[in-house]
Design a protein around this ligand. Structure first.
Ligand code: OTU
Length: 650
């Protein structure tokens, strides 16, 4: 019944815009705008209806959508149409991602060109290039403190280099993911500078206060993200003589999405990068986008409305572009970033599966899959047109974000269990060879997260130091086991650069003043290409890991049951060390894969008869898909070697 209002408003807006723009072929734009405008209007009105200039802003919003549509290159418009027809294209098992820094993996954007063949050799066809926007020299949170969202940092190259890289990726059928840091800017951003100079309009882009009275109220309920290096959520700006909200580092100013101008600016930036050729945009720290006194200022309902509005707007101008939600929050909260309704409230198509990641590490430490099973069981089901980004390591720390209730049902006490995990991964637990560092230790709760490269956390670094072949072998097995899980779970596996050749911790960041207080740099190395060459030499660690991962990737691509189409069944088995699930092909339901991970450092047995009785698994002979060999169950029991996994076809 409210459509009339939005229809007449849209007519008014279009009359205005037609006065300003030359006639163009706008048919698809109008179709999409017509289809999405009611949602756009409703969301905008809910968020900004009370704003005095609300009507002016929505005109500006549609104008932004139109301008960006007009400047969208025709080859991208063609892809938009193709993806609209095949709208579930990204759920396919053929996508394999890798996250990397262009100046860590390669030297810069130009040099990336000569490094694409390594990705192709491995089977990676989706590259997430970490932030490339202009940042201040010195501290910039690894590129997440942006000074200019529409400029490439000169340390990485130019738009010319970038365009060449994008064109080359397209030729190779590789997708590009880029970051848009939607929650905050650098304190050196032009908006921040203007705010500092006293410009009220730009002060309203941020949360700025004359004294501590309001900040103190916020602090009562806001947790700290970086308690060691950036305690508190507000920073005194000397030049301005005011307090600014800085949830992350002191030099990262939080944007004020209560101001519609901020929303439109950021939407414009999203569309700018969409038009530059990004297939997927990773929206950083989305959980933090709405601040409300008395709340944790995370996962607020309005943060979801903003994402819905961003999605609806993007669908008008660049419908082929996907969003990744980077929301490293509680399991029941993460799922909401897909949106709670596929038609009326869609948000991001992809979300970081931080829960699975943390649970996998829990299974490594406990050598059991009890919490892993519980935690996965309790993840609510997601929307249909949505998929996970499954990862083992990324550029950030590992946080123990699973739920306390699950820890309790798994039979542990939450606080001591989390302490155990920190002790385990920092190598302070009997039998642990992990070489991680505690990150963000909270002195009040004793909680900490973990930094460290996959290989070093898996024990490879210390095993090599001890010259212990068995331990080296075990570490390699852990690395492969974890990859075996993210490659089969359902979703887009996102590898981390360096992990396929067993890259160890790199402590050279300690010599860099702008990095040495942030231990996450220990796992953001410069790719060692000499070491990477060992991947061709049998008997080396690099060879073992690289070729096994490569094999898994190529097998995954051939198995339709590995596409993410709501086709996973978790299986309860009576062995606590095993994580077992089945994947099936919805079209050809007889094609099933049974995935079994053994997290223990001893071989384990799985009694197959209950699985057979339940009809999950009928077999005469079982084929191990990873090497094509047949496996034999002894008296109905299948042996799974230590820290190993199987992908089985019956
Ligand atoms: C993200 O991180 C980025 O991935 C980090 O590299 C940045 O430091 C941060 O935002 C600020 O831009 O916001 O929703 O270490 O997991 O800060 C989660 C903690 C985030 C990160 C958290 C994360």
């Amino acid at each position: 019944m409210y459509e009339q209002i939005s229809h007449s408003l849209l007519n008014d807006i279009l009359v205005e815009l037609k006065k300003k723009t030359k006639p163009q072929n706008m048919q698809f734009f109008y179709t999409r705008l017509g289809a999405n405008f009611y949602a756009i209007y409703s969301l905008f009105n809910t968020l900004y209806g009370e704003h005095p200039d609300s009507k002016k802003h929505i005109l500006h919003l549609v104008e932004t959508l139109m301008h960006q549509y007009i400047s969208r290159p025709s080859h991208l418009k063609k892809i938009d149409l193709e993806r609209e027809k095949d709208h579930n294209w990204f759920l396919s098992q053929k996508w394999i991602g890798m996250a990397l820094y262009c100046n860590g993996y390669a030297d810069n954007l130009k040099d990336m060109l000569s490094r694409l063949n390594y990705l192709q050799e491995l089977g990676v066809n989706l590259v997430h290039i970490m932030p490339i926007c202009d940042c201040p020299e010195g501290k910039s949170d690894g590129g997440y403190a942006v000074r200019d969202f529409c400029k490439i940092d000169s340390r990485f190259g130019t738009f010319e280099d970038f365009d060449e890289l994008v064109a080359n990726l397209k030729k190779r059928d590789m997708l590009l993911t880029l970051d848009v840091v939607v929650n905050h800017t650098s304190d050196q951003h032009e908006w921040a500078k203007k705010a500092r100079e006293g410009d009220k309009a730009y002060q309203d882009y941020y949360f700025i206060f004359d004294d501590r009275s309001i900040p103190d109220i916020y602090e009562e309920s806001m947790p700290e993200v970086f308690p060691e290096t950036a305690p508190g959520n507000f920073t005194w700006d000397e030049a301005m003589g005011k307090w600014v909200m800085t949830v992350f580092n002191r030099y990262q100013w939080d944007l004020n999405y209560r101001n519609p101008a901020v929303f439109i600016e950021m939407l414009d930036i999203i569309l700018f990068w969409a038009n530059r050729g990004a297939d997927i945009l990773r929206l950083d720290a989305v959980a933090f986008m709405w601040k409300k006194m008395g709340s944790s200022c995370q996962n607020e309902r309005e943060a979801h409305l903003i994402l819905q509005l961003m999605k609806d707007c993007c669908q008008v101008t660049a419908p082929g572009v996907l969003f990744i939600a980077e929301a490293i929050v509680a399991p029941t909260e993460i799922i909401k970033y897909f949106g709670e309704d596929a038609i009326n409230a869609k948000e991001c198509e992809i979300a970081y599966n931080a829960t699975f990641m943390a649970l996998l590490w829990d299974a490594v430490a406990t050598k059991k899959a009890i919490l892993l099973n519980k935690g996965i069981q309790n993840i609510p089901s997601k929307l249909e047109r949505a998929t996970w980004l499954n990862y083992v390591r990324c550029h950030d720390d590992i946080g123990w974000g699973f739920s306390d209730d699950d820890i309790v049902t798994a039979g542990y006490e939450p606080q001591s269990h989390r302490r155990f995990l920190v002790d385990y991964f920092t190598g302070n637990y009997e039998g642990s060879l992990s070489a991680g560092l505690a990150f963000g230790r909270n002195s009040q709760t004793g909680d900490a997260r973990i930094s460290g490269s996959l290989a070093s956390l898996a024990g490879l670094e210390r095993a090599l130091k001890n010259n212990d072949p068995d331990a080296i072998n075990m570490a390699i097995k852990i690395i492969l086991l974890l990859h075996g899980m993210i490659l089969s779970f359902g979703g887009i596996p996102m590898l981390y650069y360096g992990d396929a050749i067993g890259t160890l911790n790199d402590d050279s960041y300690l010599n860099d003043e702008s990095k040495n207080d942030d231990s996450r740099w220990i796992h953001r190395p410069k790719m060692n290409w000499e070491k990477a060459m060992h991947r061709t030499q049998p008997g080396t660690v690099e060879y073992s890991i690289f070729n096994a991962v490569k094999k898994m990737i190529s097998i995954r691509k051939e198995i339709p049951a590995f596409a993410d189409r709501n086709n996973r069944e978790l299986l309860n088995v009576d062995n606590p060390h095993l994580f077992v699930f089945s994947r099936f092909d919805q079209i050809n339901s007889s094609s099933r894969v049974l995935v079994i991970g053994n997290f223990n450092d001893e071989p384990q047995f799985l009694d197959l008869s209950p699985l057979q009785r339940m009809g999950f698994f009928q077999y005469d002979s079982i084929k191990n898909l990873c090497n094509g060999e047949s496996l034999h169950a002894m008296n109905g029991n299948l042996m799974i070697p230590a820290r190993s996994f199987y992908w089985l076809e019956a």
